[in-house]
Ligand binder design. Structure first.
Ligand code: Z5A
Length: 230
C-alpha cells in the first residue's frame, strides 16, 4: 500500500492556487500560466471557486446573490463555501491531480481564511475543522497572491463590470478591501514556503513573467522540460 501511494505521488500533478483582492488580475494570469504550461507540454486544467464543478456552480449562484449572508451571515456563507469546495475537490481537483494533470484554481481555502475568517470573524478553530473535512491533506503546492492597492483593484473590477450590478462581495466598501489586502499579506507572511506574493500593478505580461519565474523556482519542472524551455 505504501509503495502504491509513493508511486502515485511521483506522477501526481501540481496544484497551484491564485488569490488576491478584487480586480487583482487572477483570471487574466491563470489563463496566461495555463498557456505557458501547455507550451511546456504539461497538461493543466483551469478551475475556480466558488464553483468549478456542476454542484459547486449552483452554490456559487446562491453565494454571489447574497442569500447566504441574509440567512446566517459569515457563518452560513462559510458552510456554503465549504459545501461547494467539498464537491469541487472530490469531483474535479483530486481526480485531475491523480491522473497527472496540473490544476490551476482561481481562489481556494485562503479566500475563506481571508473573507470569512479575517473579515467575517468566523472562529479559526471552526475553519480548521471544516478544512479537515473538505480538503484534508490537499494543500496547494504553490499559492500565488496577487497584490494591488485597493483603489487600483476596485477601478479595474468596476471597468470590467461596466453597467452590471455589483455582486455581494463587489458591493463591499473600500475599508473592507483594505482589510482584505492586509489579511492576504498575513497569509503570505505566515506560509512563505507555499505562498508567493506578486506585484500585480505591473503590466499583465510582466506579472505573468514573475509568476512563471516563481513556478519554475518553487516547482522544478522535469529536466527534459527545462532543457526544452532554455
Ligand atoms: N469568496 C469568499 O468569500 N470565500 C471563499 O472561500 C471563496 C470566495 C472561494 C468570488 O468572486 C467571490 O467569492 C470573491 C471572494 C468570495 N469576491 N470578490 N470580490 P468572483 O469569482 O466573481 O471574482 P473574483 O475572484 O473576486 O475576481 P475578480 O476580482 O472579479 O477579478 P480578477 O480575476 O482578480 O481579475 P481579472 O478579471 O483578471 O481582471 C480584472 C480587470 O482588470 C480586467 O478588465 C482585466 O483586463 C484587468 N487587468 C488584469 N490585470 C491587469 C494588469 N496587470 N494591469 C491592468 N489591468 C489589468
Amino acid at each position: 500500500m505504501v509503495e502504491q501511494s509513493a508511486a502515485a505521488n511521483v506522477n501526481r500533478g501540481r496544484f497551484i492556487t491564485f488569490e488576491g483582492g478584487e480586480g487583482a488580475g487572477k483570471s487574466t494570469q491563470i489563463k496566461l500560466l495555463a498557456q505557458r504550461l501547455e507550451a511546456a507540454r504539461l497538461p493543466a486544467i483551469v478551475t475556480r471557486e466558488p464553483g468549478g464543478s456542476p454542484g459547486a456552480e449552483i452554490i456559487r449562484h446562491v453565494l454571489l446573490s447574497g442569500i447566504g449572508r441574509l440567512i446566517g451571515g459569515a457563518a452560513a456563507e462559510t458552510l456554503l463555501f465549504a459545501a461547494a469546495r467539498d464537491d469541487h475537490v472530490e469531483s474535479l481537483i483530486r481526480p485531475a491531480l491523480a491522473r497527472g494533470s496540473w490544476v490551476l484554481c482561481d481562489r481556494f481555502s485562503d479566500s475563506t481564511r481571508a473573507y470569512q475568517g479575517s473579515l467575517g470573524a468566523v472562529d479559526p478553530g471552526v475553519l480548521n475543522a471544516i478544512e479537515r473535512v473538505t480538503i484534508g491533506d490537499l494543500k496547494p503546492d504553490l499559492t500565488i497572491i496577487l497584490d494591488v492597492p485597493v483603489e487600483i483593484g476596485i477601478t479595474r473590477a468596476a471597468a470590467r463590470r461596466g453597467a452590471a450590478a455589483p455582486d455581494r462581495f463587489e458591493a463591499e466598501g473600500i475599508e473592507f478591501h483594505r482589510k482584505l489586502r492586509e489579511a492576504y499579506r498575513r497569509i503570505a507572511a505566515a506560509e512563505p514556503g507555499r505562498c508567493v506574493m506578486i506585484d500585480a500593478v505591473q503590466p499583465p505580461r510582466k506579472v505573468a513573467d514573475d509568476i512563471w519565474a516563481a513556478v519554475r523556482d518553487r516547482l522544478p519542472l522535469s529536466k527534459v522540460t527545462e532543457a526544452e524551455l532554455t
